[in-house]
Design a protein around this ligand. Structure first.
Ligand SMILES: NC(=O)c1ccc[n+]([C@@H]2O[C@H](COP(=O)([O-])OP(=O)(O)OC[C@H]3O[C@@H](n4cnc5c(N)ncnc54)[C@H](OP(=O)(O)O)[C@@H]3O)[C@@H](O)[C@H]2O)c1
Length: 271
């Protein structure tokens, strides 16, 4: 039975990975969340308590909790793991609407957000990969996927002047290089490490934005439309996750995908 661990499975894209993957009763699907009780309740209400779903409690910034989660995972699967999807991420509101020079007017807040986002999006995922790679090495599929962001692409940032989300972009770019380093070490053992951007997806991020903040979003959307004239707006979690799972299934160490950073389309076209 193929086994999956998904971090950040409580809501947004992580929940959708959990929902789609568990619809196949042959899969063992393990969701890591910060609030197990709330997610267990959601699973029983919305997914009729599918018996192939296991919810484990772990804040990814808590090394001990993740160690326990790795042990519990091995117990559930019998020792190995096929797929690890590192989806949990800090998507803070702090940098979402202003360019980096404006953020710099609050130096303490900027530093605090940089350190916090680096801890969650980079350091915690590095610990996650180190703790779960021994299980992945015992699995069949041997795939470790980091959910990254096209915001980390140097070329489009410069070419289309995408000036918002600096903290987020800096940490996702760091995550990408961490993934490439894991690939450099483990590709020879047949483990695929890669970073995938899910596209722009409506997970409620701008639900409580003010009018002023929405102006910054429309500035970003304008840049997106210059980059991709066909871009009509955010995709649904359902279609994004379907696309990302297809990229995961079609990628392999043998095809040269190790350490790569691609979009939900499987290439460098982010929208
Ligand atoms: N949506 C997009 O357009 C988009 C685009 C590109 C990339 N992404 C990436 O896709 C991933 C999911 O995005 P999303 O839109 O679904 O985000 P979201 O709705 O904000 O969900 C974030 C998830 O991460 C979890 N999380 C945050 N900090 C955590 C921590 N310290 N420990 C454990 N779990 C933690 C949250 O858990 P709680 O429920 O406990 O808070 C939640 O499940 C993120 O990595 C994001 O950067 C999203």
């Amino acid at each position: 039975m193929p086994s999956y661990v998904i971090t950040g499975a409580s809501r947004g894209l992580g929940w959708e990975f959990l929902r789609q993957l568990s619809s196949d009763s042959n899969n063992i699907v393990i969701g890591m969340v910060r609030n197990k009780h709330a997610t267990d309740t959601r699973v029983s209400e919305e997914l009729q308590a599918r018996s192939n779903i296991h919810i484990l409690q772990a804040d990814i910034s808590d090394y001990g909790a993740m160690q326990n989660a790795a042990e519990e995972t091995a117990h559930i699967t019998g020792g190995g793991l096929d797929y690890l999807i590192a989806n949990a991420g800090m998507v803070a509101g702090f940098d979402a609407f202003d360019p980096i020079g404006i953020l710099g007017k609050q130096p303490e807040a900027l530093e605090h957000n940089l350190m916090q986002a680096f801890k969650i999006n980079v350091v915690s995922n590095i610990h996650l990969f180190n703790l779960f790679t021994p299980l992945i090495l015992k699995g069949e599929a041997k795939k470790v996927i980091a959910i990254s962001s096209g915001h980390a692409d140097l070329n489009i940032t410069a070419k289309f002047n995408i000036d918002v989300s600096a903290v987020y972009a800096i940490t996702k770019a760091s995550l990408n290089i961490a993934v490439a380093k894991f690939s450099a070490q483990y590709a020879k053992d047949g483990v695929l490490f890669m970073s995938i951007c899910p596209g722009v997806v409506d997970t409620g991020r701008y639900a409580s934005a003010t009018e002023e903040q929405l102006k910054a979003v429309s500035r970003m959307t304008k840049s997106f439309k210059e980059y991709a004239p066909h871009f009509k707006g955010p995709a649904s979690p359902e279609s994004s996750v379907r696309d990302v799972l297809s990229v995961i299934n079609n990628s392999s160490v043998e095809n040269g995908d190790g350490g790569s950073f691609v979009s939900h389309k499987g290439n460098q076209q982010w929208l």
